[in-house]
Design a binder for this molecule. Structure first.
Ligand code: CUA
Length: 339
């Protein structure tokens, strides 16, 4: 076995990251050498030569002080500027990224694909495509780490974290949990397989008998009784969920929020946290503890599937109807029609 100092470079980000890392290392080594050499040089040059020697008083030099403050400041700020530029790149998810969902659980990674595929401790991705992973935790903090992609993100309970990458090389790469999460933490490992896009398509076709994530979510939506209040073709006791995802929602307290995954998740687990304008509190029970993180992602996938082109403001129209007790036809003042 060949011992590698750095893991293979298998993502778009890996090369850029390695250059920055090398730069930081070189700067730190050069600075360290300069400082230690300076200390040694001055200690020798200005050593006390005999017991009667009295040092001469040296007055400060403004020029020198500014110079030795400004130059290191600029050198170290360059690391910050470079790092920040990369960081933004790393955080802004490209629009064309394919979506995959990962749930960390003591002690495994559960991966699911919108098409309905499920796997444990295995992740399959196509080479050359942007891949966006939504991370959730069923229990404690984990950390999703693929060294070959130079990519690591904490997976925090009660919160969705996201990560994206573009694999550039086919192969099998290590997947680790990089946050101590209990006895079997070291066993919470898996493999990322980077495949040819064609192979990937074929792979997606195989398996996944349970249906797509959104169709599984739709089943849950019926089973949990969500569909009795969240009617899709008219206004029920709870907001109509058509075209909610990705849109602005006006709340009872006057705020406006964007209905993203985090908002939908919170509304399922803690319905009173954000009440849509015109609707009452305490109508919807909490589903905390009744729905697993995987099922939550399926429910959210279903609600996302109800919204094809997110535009406009939800809340105003629906609220108007409830407050005004208008006729049976759902009307929104803004945004796409409700059916
Ligand atoms: Cu999960 Cu360590």
């Amino acid at each position: 076995m060949r011992l590698a100092i750095v893991p293979p470079r298998a993502s778009e980000f890996a090369g850029q990251y390695d250059i920055l890392f090398a730069y930081i290392t070189v700067v730190c080594v050069v600075m360290t050498i300069l400082i230690f050499a300076g200390v040694a040089f001055f200690a020798l040059k200005y050593r006390r030569r005999n017991v009667h020697e009295r040092p001469t008083l040296i007055h400060g030099s403004m020029k020198l002080e500014i110079l030795w403050s400004a130059i290191p400041l600029l050198v170290f700020l360059s690391m910050f500027a470079w790092g920040a530029a990369l960081y933004f790149d790393y955080y802004i998810i490209p629009k064309d990224a394919i979506e995959i969902y990962a749930v960390g659980k003591q002690w495994m990674w559960k991966i699911q694909y919108p098409e309905g595929q499920h796997e444990i401790n295995e992740l399959h991705v196509p080479v050359g495509r942007n891949v966006h992973i939504t991370l959730a935790s069923e229990d404690v903090i984990h950390s999703f780490f693929v060294p070959a992609f130079r990519m690591k993100r904490d997976v925090v309970p009660g919160h969705y974290n996201t990560i994206w990458f573009r694999p550039t090389k086919k192969g099998r790469y290590h997947l680790f949990c990089a946050e101590y999460c209990g006895t079997q933490h070291s066993g919470m490992i898996g493999w990322v397989t980077v495949m040819d896009p064609m192979e990937y398509e074929n792979w997606l076709q195989g398996g996944g008998t349970a249906g797509s994530m959104s169709s599984q979510g739709e089943k849950m939506f019926q089973q949990l009784g969500c569909s009795t209040c969240h009617l899709l073709d008219e206004q029920g006791r709870c907001p109509n969920l058509r075209n909610v995802y990705g849109n602005a929602v006006r709340l009872a307290d006057g705020r406006t929020v964007i209905a993203d995954e985090a908002y939908l998740r919170e509304s399922i687990l803690n319905p009173n946290a954000k009440i849509v304008e015109g609707f009452a509190r305490d109508i919807m029970p909490t589903f905390e503890g009744q729905v697993s993180e995987e099922s939550l992602l399926q429910l959210i996938a279903y609600i996302k599937s109800l919204s094809k082109n997110p535009t406009g403001t939800i809340g105003a129209g629906q609220a108007g109807r409830v407050a005004g007790q208008a006729g049976p036809t759902p009307v929104t003042e803004k945004g796409p029609p409700q059916r």
